[in-house]
Design a protein around this ligand. Sequence first.
Ligand code: KE4
Length: 428
Amino acid sequence: MNRKKSDTLFNKALGVIPGGVNSPVRACKAVGAKPLFIDHANGCMIYDSDGNSFIDYIGSWGPMILGHRHPSVIDAITDVLKRGTSFGAPTDLEVKLAELVIEAVESVEMVRMVNSGTEATMSAIRLARGVTGRDKIIKFDGCYHGHADALLVEAGSGVATLGIPGSPGVPDSFVAHTLSLPYNDIDCVKKIMEEQGKKIACIIVEPVAGNMGLVPPTDGFLEVLRELTKKNDSLLIFDEVMTGFRVAYGGAQSLYGIIPDISCFGKIIGGGLPVGAYGGRRDIMEQIAPQGSIYQAGTLSGNPVAMAAGIATLEQVKKPGFYEELGEKSDRLAKGFEKVAKQADIEVSVDRVGSMLGLFFTDKKVNDFDEAKTSDLKMFSAYYKGMLEKGIYLAPSQFEALFVSSAHTIEHIDWTIKAAEEVFGELM
Ligand code: KE4
């Protein structure tokens, strides 16, 4: 594959941006590759600076559930630009997006817009600590909630990808109150909550983990978190930055029938522009400044251009049948991967929740981070590179998920399965 322009751009980028990228996982270090520089995208296709084209399963790491440049999103952005780009004052658009989120997610009675998933979870943690007057928090190994200091403990995604234990620059005192437990380990959570429950401000969890690869919750796990937080007057925070409006219109909480106290959102609600949000019960959210005393702020929070993109996106995904059709395509892909791997006698564990897919090179079901880390990372790298050569753009890390959009057609799905069949054949 000709990648001359990407390599030239990467060399330039390396001189002016740390690692040549503005987010670590994009550097493709984990798979021993260099990043392609993207020129443009349309629908489910992405085109690099050398004119190579790919079927895109990263989708900007989740936001592009409609595919790239969906006409309704582009129109909405174009229209709002006639009004301006940022006022630092309330607009009708942020009220509209808030109403859409509240209408979609049963547990959310009020919502605050921020500019990233990191801001959303960081603010949710501060809110939980402020409301409960407690300091300790529980997260789970392999879950990634953004790069706020208190949450960079045993994190997934880029932290796991790069094998960074936590991160230098985070004082021990900043994570002294953070307990990280094995995901899906009900007995461990029960034990810790029995011992320390009354000191725990909140449990924050990815209801479907997407940052250690895709790891769904095992039966009863989320229910136990809900029960134990209620029993101890702790708050349950669902980090739905990735799963929100991805796995269902009401998020993972609607799939599993759990009502968390606070939910975090991002990605899809911004339609490709920088948006995060956190929301929940009115009595909790009313404690956020300026209504309450728990502080959180942001110059560009509720930015009208970003709100317009988010509104246009949610108005599309709420249409009847959207998630059913997306699920059918995603199921076809998951089953296709399993079939061609089996034909090539390659051990893979494929999982799917909605249009989030995961593929581990292992013969066992992956239920937590330790198990995810035992999968064959070398095999993953070879698979990643092989698929890229065949025009399939996958996340350059075993510890990420794969996203199907409504712009992917059956032909794109079948083309991808064919590519996997060839790659698995070559791998053997
Ligand atoms: P951002 O600050 O990157 O918008 O969101 C942080 C975040 C919070 N919670 C969950 C469940 C997330 O998945 C994320 C961010 N996801 C990663 C991909 N796994 C973003 C990609 C990147 O870091 O470049």
